[in-house]
Ligand binder design. Structure first.
Ligand code: ZN
Length: 139
């Protein structure tokens, strides 16, 4: 029996469809012109990967991040990116210090800045004081 080479995207009437190669499992198959995956399993596999790649935090972490960001938003009018406030102010809120943040270094002081969405905590020379930053004014 001779080996038949099919061309991807070409219609083969005897096979009743267009020739495809599944990008997930590599299986070849015949089907509708716009078909991409050989079966639903491969299709869902890809959809799940896309959903995962856009999510860097778990749902729980995201909720903490959201809460922390809201706490900082409420404290921002006191600090306004310049005025140091006592770190104990954070302790009286439902701010979760173990939650996720994006770390940056202050280019001038070299101190850590922890970003929680659009709001950041800048640590000062005095460890008991912090400055609340808002993203727009920093960029
Ligand atoms: Zn497949």
């Amino acid at each position: 029996m001779e080996e038949i080479k099919y061309i991807v995207g070409k219609y083969y009437p005897k096979k009743g469809g267009y020739y495809h190669i599944c990008p997930v499992c590599g299986e070849d198959f015949f089907g509708r012109e716009n078909k991409v995956y050989c079966n639903d399993k491969c299709r869902y596999h890809t959809n799940n990967l896309i959903a995962k790649s856009g999510r860097c935090y778990t749902k729980k972490e995201n909720n903490i991040l959201k809460t922390n960001s809201l706490v900082l938003k409420s404290l921002y009018p006191i600090s306004k990116g310049i005025k140091p406030i006592d770190i104990s102010k954070l302790g009286r809120t439902n701010f979760d210090g173990a939650g996720p943040f994006r770390l940056e270094k202050d280019p001038i002081t070299g101190k850590d800045i922890h970003w929680h969405h659009s709001y950041g905590i800048k640590y000062t020379e005095k460890n008991s004081e912090i400055i609340i930053l808002k993203k727009d004014e920093n960029n």
